[in-house]
Design a protein around this ligand. Structure first.
Ligand SMILES: Cc1ncc(COP(=O)(O)O)c(C=O)c1O
Length: 383
């Protein structure tokens, strides 16, 4: 995308699409806390609103903004990223075959292995960074969905979105992508052929670690999208209006926050790449990362604020280093203004693909020199 077009999206985000409350001329939209709406005298609902579970005017604000930023036809917010992601799978039919990556957000992987499998989906896990592996897993006529995540938790392999879309479409399947880490600032998957884009809006979109939310953006409003709309309404997986209002407020600074996090993450990655107490730095922005060339093609303006380091000395040394940080917060999650550090295998548990020596870093918007100094001392004081 050219710079002018990117800047225009930053403007749309900063102004929350420029809404003005027509009743008062307020430049910040109100929060509609209502659960229900008055019928017209002739028994119609002409405003389009009837009840709080299918829709709410406040949730429509971040939805319209995210659809614009992603270049999609429609967006729905959800009660969480998991509610958004699982709505895609629940819009399929029992018996459908799904291809998903080995390396992905662990909570969703677990849900696919347990609930989705029990519900009747056949989920095949493959190396999502390999187009050959994705192509080999397709069962034309049976595979209905390819799910990818790029860059993917917690080792940050990169999937070529355009190739994955072509592979899925050739087999008659849809491509859905968890784009939480890239955000629309860095990658707009619909431009590469994705059909559905998913976000844990808990992360960068909201950005302040104070809202749990999810979102789906559709390339088209087709029959599959209508099934997703019905799943959200039927399951009641909606975002509350106050959370939606906070989400819109957070999204106004999305571009500033992501640009800063990318620059700082790149500085952190470069600093620790040759560090004597670090066995490896996993970051798509490093030229030595196996997915760097693809990431450079499909990410514009940076490689994201997420990276992982492998601590020399193994699991015990990694856990000890995470315990010695001062500025970094030792907590799970990502994409907030404050930097987080986490021993990933501890939270994912048995079966995790996270190496035991891996610390996942979510780089926030603090001064990068402070972050580097703090991690340096945490790693060094293990003597
Ligand atoms: C990449 C990714 N996708 C999805 C999720 C799930 O989102 P939520 O916690 O909002 O349900 C997470 C949460 O950590 C995530 O990191």
């Amino acid at each position: 995308m050219d710079d002018r077009k990117q800047n225009r999206k930053a403007t749309q985000a900063a102004q929350g699409l420029g809404w003005i409350d027509e009743a008062t001329k307020a430049i910040i939209p109100p929060v509609y806390l209502t659960t229900t709406y008055i019928r017209d005298p002739d028994n119609q609902y002409r405003t389009g609103y009837s009840y709080g579970r299918p829709h709410n005017p406040t949730t429509e604000h971040p939805e319209a903004l995210l659809a614009a930023l992603e270049g999609g036809a429609a967006c729905l917010t959800f009660a969480s990223g998991m509610a958004a992601a699982t709505a895609v799978f629940l819009a399929l039919k029992p018996g459908d075959h799904v291809v998903a990556p080995n390396i992905m957000y662990w909570g969703l992987r677990k849900w696919l292995q347990s609930t989705a499998a029990a519900w009747g989906l056949t989920v095949e896990f493959v190396d999502g960074a390999s187009s050959d592996a994705l192509a080999a897993a397709m069962r034309p006529g049976r595979t209905k969905l390819v799910w990818i995540e790029t860059p993917a938790n917690p080792t940050w392999p990169v999937t070529d979105i355009a190739e994955a879309a072509a592979i899925a479409h050739r087999a008659g399947a849809l491509l859905a992508i968890d784009s939480t880490v890239a955000t629309p600032v860095l990658t707009r998957p619909i431009e590469f052929g994705a059909d559905i884009v998913m976000h844990s809006a808990t992360k960068y979109l909201n950005g302040h670690s104070d809202v749990v939310a999810g979102a789906l953006v559709a390339a088209r409003t087709d029959e599959f999208w209508e099934r997703i709309v019905a799943v959200r309404s039927g399951n009641g997986a909606i975002l509350g209006p106050f959370e939606a209002w906070l989400l819109l407020r957070g999204m106004r600074t999305l571009y500033l926050r992501v640009e800063r996090a990318c620059r700082s993450a790149a500085a952190v990655a470069a600093h620790f790449a040759d560090h004597p107490r670090v066995a490896g730095v996993l970051y798509p922005g490093l030229p030595g990362h196996p997915g760097h060339a693809i990431a450079a093609r499909q990410m514009s303006g940076g490689f994201g604020g997420m990276l992982s380091i492998r601590v020399a000395g193994g699991e015990a040394a990694a856990i000890a280093a995470a315990a010695r940080v001062g500025l970094w917060k030792r907590a799970t999650s990502l994409g907030g203004v404050e930097s987080l550090i986490e021993h990933r295998a501890s939270i994912e548990g048995a079966g995790t693909p996270a190496p035991p020596d891996l610390l996942r870093l979510s780089v926030g918007i603090e001064d990068p020199a402070d972050l580097i100094d703090d991690l340096d001392q945490a790693l060094a004081s293990g003597n």
